[in-house]
Design a protein around this ligand. Structure first.
Ligand code: HPA
Ligand code: ZN
Length: 348
């Protein structure tokens, strides 16, 4: 039963959203690379950039759809070369996450973007792994890695990437599927996801961001995913919505991303409140915060500013969903959930 937090005044939302223990479950770590760090790494590594300044690069961040963003995102990631570069990128993210009240982060990374340029898998995973460990010791953040396959490439290439990463099997907890969605249905990756399942890896996939609701069903049925990344187009299939609600399949929704990539015209027209109302396990996430105008807390606050039907009860529910949907050990999730409940109980 939902506790009665409805008497908490809306004016307390900014403080409660910040102080709530939250999990971030949909963050592409390469999408946290700020223009300042892109320029610093380009200089350090002797990479030529087609932009004269940080301001000129930032000014290019105007997207019409997913592909227009991905073109810039892959160009930005091309400055990453050494293990220390990946460590620096991770630490810059965790510093912001700590300020936002993130207690748990599950970081997507795209090895194929780097190995194709000759960057060793050891540098990618080694640097990110060190960042996750330091997030724990420095800020008490629990963090793990999820290796994503690029869906615009072939399944054979995904399989090769998996094999290349297996010497570091203990350094990532799962696999995901990202990049250009339309024309690349989940079924394309059924064999590699089956192999990941046999290896005991968690499985998630982007579906229903730009692609149709059928891609969400496909990811559930053919890839056996435990969570859907985005998933906002599920409303095009009422039976699917009922299924997602009944199974409590988590959706990792990214509000600011959805507006920047024109999945919704504005936050006020976002369907997240309807998804919550329908009983779905919706979570809030930042996706690619350096490109979409905000880290995790900004995604929460912008959403609550734009949607008057969201109040303290929904703030509690969204934070709760994020913790429940995470792949952290049960005792950690239970501890954060108690902290969340105590915070809201003391405000009521
Ligand atoms: N969608 C698909 N692929 C991605 C995204 C996204 O929002 N961000 C980084 N890779
Ligand atoms: Zn994403």
């Amino acid at each position: 039963m939902t506790p009665d937090f409805s008497r908490i005044p809306r004016s307390r939302l900014p403080e409660l959203l910040q102080r709530s223990p939250k999990a971030e479950l949909h963050i592409h770590i390469e999408g946290s690379l700020e223009p300042e760090l892109i320029f610093e790494l380009a200089q350090r590594n002797g990479v030529a950039l087609p932009y004269a300044s940080v301001a000129a690069l930032r000014a290019a961040y105007s997207f019409t759809d997913l592909q227009s963003f991905l073109d810039l995102y892959y160009a930005g990631a091309s400055v990453l070369q050494t293990e220390d570069d990946f460590l620096a990128m991770g630490m810059a993210y965790f510093e912001r996450a700590a300020a936002d009240g993130v207690v748990r982060a599950e970081l997507f990374f795209d090895p194929q973007t780097h190995t194709v340029r000759g960057v060793p898998m050891a540098a990618v995973i080694g640097g990110l792994r060190r960042a996750c460990q330091q997030a724990g010791s420095r800020w008490g953040i629990s963090a793990d890695l999820i290796l994503c396959f690029l869906r615009h490439l072939s399944e054979d290439e995904a399989m090769q990437t998996l094999e290349q990463a297996l010497p570091w099997r203990d350094h990532f907890i799962g696999v995901g599927l990202d990049s250009s969605e339309r024309g690349h249905p989940p079924e394309k990756f059924a064999r590699v996801f089956a192999r990941c399942g046999a290896l005991g890896l968690h499985r998630v996939a982007h579906a229903g961001e730009e692609g149709p609701a059928a891609y969400i069903s496909g990811a559930l049925d053919r890839l056996q995913v435990e969570r859907i990344d985005h998933g906002v187009r599920c409303t095009e299939d009422p039976e699917l919505v009922a299924r997602l609600a009944a199974q409590r399949t988590p959706l990792t929704v990214c509000p600011l991303s959805n507006v920047k990539l024109r999945v919704f015209p504005s936050l006020a027209q976002h369907n997240i409140a309807d998804l919550l109302q329908a009983g779905l396990c919706v979570t809030v996430n930042s996706d690619d915060p350096a490109y979409f105008g905000g880290y995790l807390l900004q995604n929460y606050t912008a959403l609550f500013d734009a949607l008057p039907q969201l109040g303290p009860v929904q703030a509690w529910q969204l934070a709760r969903n994020s913790l429940e949907a995470s792949f952290a050990p049960l005792e950690d999730r239970q501890r954060w959930l108690r902290q969340l409940d105590d915070l809201f109980a003391s405000a009521a």
